[in-house]
Structures are given as structure tokens and as C-alpha cells.
Design a protein around this ligand. Structure first.
Ligand code: A3P
Length: 413
């Protein structure tokens, strides 16, 4: 054998050997990735037990960003943000509330800056994750995190979740990862960069938005929004029958307080120390209305909206009738499209009335209702108390109608 052919022969041999080594290493890596990867999919108990270490290696995501805090899920994540193709879609349910991920769960529409990923939960439910595109693609497509162009500021228990849920299915509307950012009330000690990071990636044609119903009743919030976002920002308020609202609020807070999860209790204002029955909360022992309970105070819409009007004009504020939203969401969504100058997207076919749920749900892009926490059963309330409350709210509602030059469905009752 000539020297040259010997060199070629030993080269081929060594290539074979190194290919075999490489191949074995690859197989070994796959086995390790499988073993350790599956451990990153953390059952909720383990996350509580072993906490930070596991969460660091995982991406935390809200499971229902469109409509309320209902636990979170963990998705195992590849080491590099740019390498999104190798995300593992195994997900387990958690109860952790913090969130620092850009992944959006439960959003079922295609949004330009995100890639939709279908996955099946451990309960066998099909879901969609929206994963931001790679950083280079985001840049190429002009996708950025921007301050909101519109904010839904309340009113709590008037259908803000439904509004978010429906609005979010418009291709030009993009809500952030957090269900409620609470920047201008609870998190104002953080800086505006923190808030921007909570926003979704949007193109120039899309509108970035968030909803935090506590903004409506928080004293400094209108000024802060005016100064920190823009004097031209648009504001959406959903208002509903203040008596129904109070009952709904009572039912929700009672349920939250039943939970043993201290975090949930901590997010409830100390003013929400509830007595056992709705009646005892809203009527004082002397028979007068307890105006100090938020169950009542939040429903004094005229009082709160006046604070907003010190900074924003009525042209910038869209007030949605929550009772109309329940009855015919399509019409209200059309008003929103108009108000935000969005391209027409919603048709009647996007919605259907779900007889089991008792509310409208989305038919398109896929059939989906709001979760159990929205549309709760209300207890029967003493008729005399109801009459007293209606009489109490009447003058406030009339003043509101006069100011807005319109009649609300609930005030006709
Ligand atoms: P209840 O759960 O007391 O019935 P918010 O999202 O602001 O907390 O408001 C919750 C309320 O939204 C619910 O109160 C429900 O009445 C109302 N709602 C309006 N449209 C809805 C829908 N399509 N599905 C579920 N709830 C809806």
C-alpha cells in the first residue's frame, strides 16, 4: 500500500471511529435530555417544595391570561431564547402567581410577533401557547414591547374578563402575559421599564393593552397614566348594574377568602374583611347603607369617573354597558373596533350562546368559554335589601347617565 493510500485509509478509519464516538455521545445526550428534561416538568407540589431552582430552569406562564388568575403552568425551556424550536411542550399545572415569561398560554389566535404552539395538558385538554418569535425575527418584523395604546381600567365584576377574552381574539389587539399588571396602583414603585416588559410584542399595526380593574377606583392612577403613558391614551370602562356588581363582588371575594392560599388572601384589600352574608355587609345595624364597604363604593361610578375626567376627555373614554356585553357581545366588540380604529374583524359568527355556561362564548377561532370563575352562581338576596340598594344607587346612576348622555340597560330595571 502506498503512503498516500495508507494515509487515506487511516483517515477513513479515524473518521468512522469519531463518527461512532459522536453518534454514541449524541445518543447519550438524548437519553440524558429525556431523563432530566422530564424532571423539569414539575408537578405543582414539587414546585412549592423545591421552588426557585426548578422555576429557574422552567418558563412560568399564566394558564388563563385572557380571563383571570387560575394557576399557572410550567413549560420546560431550552437554554437559549433564540432556540425556540426546541421548547418542550409538556406542561403541568401550578399555583404560583409570579410571572416573568413572555409566553402566553390560552390565547388562540395567531399574532404576528408570536408562533402558536398546540399542546395537550396533563388533563388531556388541548391548548395553545403563543411563543415570541426569535429575537432576530422580532427585529425584522418591527415587533417591540410598547406602552399600551388603550387600557381597560374597570369596573371590577362588570365583565372586564369577558372583554379581555373577546378583545384578545382580534388580530390587532394584544394583551400581555399578566392577567392584570397593576403597575399604576400596586407596582408603581417599580419603574416604567418594568411595565413595558410586562407588555406583549406588537407590530406598529397592533395595539398593546392591559386591563387592571383596580385602576378605576385608585386615587392617583388617572394622573399617573396621563403622565407616564400619554395624555392621548384611550380608556375603556365596563359599567354594570351596581347592585349585581356588589353581589358578584361579594361572591368572588367570599370564594377567594375560602382559599387557604395565603397569596390569594394577601391580594385582597383589608377593606374586604367580609361578614358572612351579603346583606350584613351592605346594610349597617341601623338599617342604613354601608357606604364604606367596597361592595358599595366601587359601584358609585359617577364619583370615580369624575377623577378620570380631570385628566382625560370623554372622547377618549369608551364606556361599555356590562349588561349589553352579556346580552350581545358582538355589538360591544364592534364599538371597540370603532373606538380603536381597528380593522373590522368580529362578526356575529364569532360568538355563540352557551346554554350550559349561561353566557356567550367564542366560536371562532375555536370554541372557548370563560373559565368557571366567570359566571358564578349568585345567592338569593333579601328583596327589601335589593330595593334599598336600588334606591340608593339610583341618583348616582342618573347623574352618570346625564354626564354621559346615555341610558344604561340596567337603569331601566
Ligand atoms: P359573575 O361571575 O358574578 O356572574 P369581571 O371579569 O370584571 O370580574 O366580571 C365577571 C362577570 O362578568 C361575571 O360575574 C359575569 O356576570 C360577567 N360576564 C359577562 N360576560 C360574560 C361571559 N361571556 N362569560 C362569563 N361571564 C361574563
Amino acid at each position: 500500500m502506498s503512503i498516500s493510500s495508507r494515509v487515506v485509509h487511516s483517515f477513513v478509519k479515524s473518521c468512522r471511529t469519531s463518527s461512532a464516538v459522536l453518534f454514541s455521545a449524541f445518543i447519550l445526550c438524548c437519553v440524558c435530555a429525556y431523563i432530566f428534561g422530564s424532571q423539569l416538568v414539575t408537578p405543582s407540589k414539587r414546585v412549592h417544595d423545591e421552588n426557585a431552582a426548578i422555576l429557574k430552569d422552567s418558563v412560568r406562564v399564566n394558564s388563563y391570561p385572557s380571563y383571570g388568575i387560575h394557576g399557572e403552568e410550567v413549560v420546560t425551556k431550552s437554554p437559549s431564547r433564540d432556540d425556540q424550536q426546541v421548547y418542550s411542550w409538556n406542561v403541568s399545572t401550578l399555583t404560583v402567581q409570579d410571572n416573568d415569561s413572555d409566553i402566553i398560554v390560552g390565547a388562540n389566535t395567531n399574532k404576528t410577533c408570536y408562533l402558536a404552539r398546540e399542546y395537550t395538558t396533563q388533563n388531556g385538554e388541548n391548548r395553545t401557547l403563543l411563543v415570541p418569535r426569535s429575537l432576530s425575527e422580532l427585529e425584522k418584523m418591527g415587533c417591540k414591547k410598547r406602552l399600551p395604546g388603550v387600557l381597560t381600567v374597570g369596573v371590577k365584576k362588570c365583565g372586564t374578563g369577558a372583554l379581555r377574552f373577546f378583545m384578545n381574539s382580534h388580530p390587532q389587539v394584544m394583551f400581555g402575559v399578566d392577567v392584570e399588571a397593576h403597575y399604576f396602583d400596586r407596582n408603581y414603585d417599580k419603574n416604567i421599564e418594568w411595565y413595558i416588559q410586562k407588555m406583549p410584542y406588537t407590530t406598529q399595526d397592533q395595539i398593546s393593552t392591559e386591563k387592571t380593574p383596580f385602576y378605576f377606583v385608585s386615587a392617583d392612577v388617572p394622573r399617573r397614566i396621563f403622565e407616564d403613558i400619554s395624555p392621548d391614551v384611550k380608556i375603556i370602562m365596563v359599567m354594570c348594574d351596581p347592585v349585581n356588581r356588589a353581589i358578584s363582588d361579594f361572591v368572588q371575594v367570599s370564594e377567594v377568602l375560602k382559599s387557604s392560599d395565603m397569596k390569594r388572601i394577601a391580594i385582597v384589600s383589608p377593606m374586604y374583611r367580609l361578614k358572612a352574608t351579603f346583606e350584613d355587609n351592605v346594610i349597617k345595624p341601623d338599617g342604613t347603607i354601608n357606604v364604606h364597604t367596597p361592595l358599595i363604593d366601587v359601584g358609585l361610578y359617577i364619583k370615580h369617573i369624575r377623577r378620570w375626567l380631570e385628566y382625560f376627555s370623554l372622547r377618549q373614554i369608551l364606556v361599555i354597558d356590562g349588561e349589553e356585553l352579556k346580552k350581545e357581545p358582538y355589538m360591544e366588540l364592534k364599538k371597540i373596533e370603532n373606538f380603536l380604529n381597528l380593522s373590522p374583524h368580529f362578526t356575529k359568527d364569532h360568538f355563540y350562546f352557551d346554554t350550559e355556561k349561561g353566557f356567550f362564548c367564542l366560536r371562532l377561532p375555536m370554541r372557548e368559554c370563560l373559565p368557571e370563575g366567570k359566571g358564578r352562581h349568585h345567592p338569593k338576596i333579601n328583596e327589601t335589601v335589593l330595593l334599598k340598594l336600588r334606591k340608593f344607587f339610583k341618583p348616582y346612576d342618573q347623574e352618570l347617565e346625564f354626564l354621559l348622555n346615555r341610558t344604561f340597560l340596567w337603569s331601566k330595571v
